[in-house]
Design a protein around this ligand. Structure first.
Ligand SMILES: Nc1ncnc2c1ncn2[C@@H]1O[C@H](COP(=O)(O)OP(=O)(O)OP(=O)(O)O)[C@@H](O)[C@H]1O
Ligand SMILES: [Mg+2]
Length: 217
């Protein structure tokens, strides 16, 4: 029993030397919540899910009827995150597709941008019952690197690590993130190229047509 406790403490202490504010971002459906929850428990960190935070704290300006989502009051979200960071001494994992827009960037240690193959992402979004417009808007965002670009412009390339989660289990993704935090694996971005992949598969035109028809009112 003592041995097991020691092992757990050792695991949790692996990347705990300096307090970290870690962002987990990416297009809806890539697996941010699943990964961030597990990562927080492994690092003994506080987990903050922005979608949950917006709902529980009612940090809302309006409701987007077409997309059936709440429109967050980003100023209030940002203020709340700043308070949370200021009040806690341990590691914090902040998760959400616009995490880099609302977290004070000077506080951020590392941003993990999760990337998922567009074909796999499409199935996740279809299973959720999203309408065509919402599916193709999100797929366009994934293919055009929207979350990656947001992360790079908010926090700079040194802090941004892209993780391709396609075909990996949640556990494997979390382990990869820990390897990066422990500097056993390089933190890199610009490694994922879905446009190139679709072009090689001869499916780029099909996707681009879907994007433009989803944009029609
Ligand atoms: N690495 C993985 N392998 C297989 N399935 C996964 C993986 N990560 C997440 N999933 C599954 O994919 C779905 C989407 O994951 P999740 O809800 O965590 O995405 P999200 O990025 O948080 O989405 P949102 O931005 O809409 O909250 C869930 O059904 C989840 O169980
Ligand atoms: Mg989520």
């Amino acid at each position: 029993m003592i041995k097991r406790q020691n092992l757990l403490l050792k695991q949790k202490g692996r990347v705990n030397k300096i307090r970290k504010v870690i962002l987990v971002t990416g297009t809806p459906g890539v697996g941010k919540t699943a990964v961030a929850h597990k990562l927080a428990s492994k690092l003994d960190a506080i987990y903050v899910g922005i979608t949950e935070l917006v709902k529980t704290e009612k940090l809302i300006t309006n409701v987007d009827e077409e997309r059936k989502t709440l429109i967050a009051d980003t100023e209030k979200v940002s203020k709340k995150l700043q308070e949370t960071i200021a009040q806690s001494k341990g590691n914090i994992i902040i998760e959400g597709h616009y995490a880099t827009d609302v977290t004070p960037n000077k506080e951020v240690t590392t941003v993990f941008v999760l990337r998922r193959d567009p074909h796999k992402l499409k199935s996740v979004l279809e299973k959720r019952g999203y309408n065509e417009k919402k599916i193709w808007e999100n797929l366009a965002a994934e293919i055009l690197d929207v979350c990656l670009c947001d992360a790079l412009s908010a926090c700079g390339a040194d802090k941004v690590c892209e993780i391709n989660v396609s075909g990996k289990t949640v556990e494997a993704v979390v382990e990869e993130i820990i390897q990066v935090l422990e500097k056993k694996q390089e933190c890199r971005s610009g490694t994922v190229d879905w446009l190139g992949k679709l072009e090689n598969e001869g499916r780029l035109e099909e996707f681009l047509k879907k994007f433009s028809s989803a944009e029609q009112p």
